[in-house]
Design a protein around this ligand. Structure first.
Ligand code: ATP
Ligand code: MG
Length: 411
């Protein structure tokens, strides 16, 4: 991509009401644009990041055995009344249509997926089954001041699994933990499994938490036995670990994922049963599993940045290489153009800064945008047929022969 043609520009301006680092950097770098509190447009660079996260999530959910579907965001009131959540969910966006019909914009999809799966599952032979979607969710969050961490419209991957009995549910639930850890590791996040409130049916649910100062959650962390708990759910708020008796510390943290054994909470509400081998009707056991790809994107910025800008892990960077031509020497520009053509021909995702702006601005913008590798072509090194290569996360500069550059990136 040629930066002179890229839709979206870097800017020094950020909306005055943005206090979070992720929003500041993502807006300044031209990755997202703010429409209103908690609602953002993804510009080309930001959308490439979001799609990469969603692709990683998709791969791990397929490996876990999930099948992708796509449910409507516009949902009928009746389904929510059946589970009492029309009144219980305080962040539910409610709409009125023609003929006084009422709707909700999906904040989560148990009310839609349960009657959907019921239509296709009758016998024990149809179970287990797991379906998921990646879709925008809507929540009327009271405080939407954390950029992509807390949106009013945000990307969520929600998977729902259905089982013959509690053991089968528990088995899938354990496997989902590993899939979740894989997702976060691949996204460059060090996520910890934390015990959280389990609701009426289960002792605990489990959250995947990234410890960082900018997080809104507080976690009791036990570094001795490794069992951590969300402060919200702990009855006796004490720094003594209830499992091993050692001292705990409190860490601020971002919840990037949450898994829940719902058991029969929703299947009972929708009268969803199956027939077992003996011909007897049995309740279906259910679990739900959520990840917020847009919150993951915000979290990565919170964790991976310095005072110059963002530092993208390779797996999520919108482009791998930032090719920067410095100066207006025609030889430099011609060489940069031909290296750019060679890189894209070799399949290397490259952003080429071909803009007619000062060298200082190009270098600052490259730091702000934060692609993993920066290649600089200038008259200084070109005479010797070299380019300067620098990784965003290191200060070392290497000189590379131009003829060898594209080979470096092709695996
Ligand atoms: P929180 O406690 O932070 O409000 P939650 O527990 O209500 O989140 P879940 O219903 O468990 O969230 O949603 C599953 C996942 O969706 C969360 O783990 C998070 O990654 C993401 N998520 C939830 N709410 C938001 C939001 N407002 N903006 C962005 N991502 C969100
Ligand atoms: Mg949660």
């Amino acid at each position: 991509m040629k930066q002179s043609k890229l839709f979206g520009k870097t800017t020094k301006e950020i909306p005055k009401d943005e206090v979070s680092k992720n929003a500041e950097l993502l807006i300044r770098s031209g990755f997202v644009d703010k429409l209103m509190a908690g609602v953002y447009t993804y510009l080309p660079l930001g959308l490439r990041v979001l799609k990469k996260i969603q692709a990683i999530v998709r791969e791990e959910m397929e490996t876990l055995g999930g099948q992708e579907i796509y449910m409507p965001a516009l949902t009928p009131k009746d389904n929510w009344v059946k589970t009492s959540r029309w009144d219980e969910i305080d962040v539910l966006f409610k709409l009125q249509g023609t003929g006084d019909k009422e709707y909700a914009l999906g904040s989560t999809h148990e009310e839609i997926v349960t009657p959907l799966v019921k239509k296709f599952v009758n016998s024990y032979k149809d179970l287990p089954v797991a379906v998921y979607q990646i879709q925008d969710k809507f929540r009327d969050e009271a405080r939407a001041k954390s950029g992509l961490l807390r949106g009013r419209e945000f990307s969520m991957k929600d998977l729902y699994s259905f089982h013959r009995n509690e053991e089968d549910l528990a088995d899938f639930y354990e496997k989902s933990k590993q899939a979740y850890l894989n997702v976060f590791k691949r996204c460059g996040l060090d996520a910890h499994i934390v015990e959280a409130s389990g609701g009426v049916f289960s002792k605990f649910s489990h959250e995947f938490q990234v410890f960082t100062e900018s997080g809104e959650d507080k976690i009791y962390v036990c570094n001795s036995c490794g069992r951590h708990q969300n402060e919200e759910i702990v009855e006796n708020q004490t720094l003594k670990c209830p499992y091993c008796g050692n001292d705990r510390i409190i860490e601020k943290s971002i919840e990037v994922g949450n898994i829940f054994e719902l058991k029969t909470k929703f299947t009972t509400a929708f009268d969803f049963t199956y027939t077992d081998e003996a011909g007897k009707e049995q309740p279906v056991q259910m679990g739900c599993y959520g990840i917020g790809p847009s919150r993951v994107m915000g979290s990565v910025v919170e964790v991976h940045h310095d005072d110059k800008g963002m530092i993208w892990p390779e797996s999520m960077a919108p482009y791998q290489v930032h090719l920067v031509a410095l100066g207006d020497d025609e030889k430099v520009l011609a060489q940069a153009e031909s290296l750019y053509q060679e890189l894209i021909k070799s399949g290397v995702e490259t952003l080429f800064d071909d803009r007619e702006v000062q060298a200082g601005q190009k270098l600052n913008d490259a730091d702000l945008i934060g692609l993993p590798i920066r290649l600089i072509i200038s008259s200084k090194t070109l005479d010797k047929n070299f380019v300067e290569m620098k990784k965003r996360n290191s200060s070392e500069v290497e000189l590379i022969k131009i003829a060898k550059v594209s080979k470096l990136f092709t695996k």
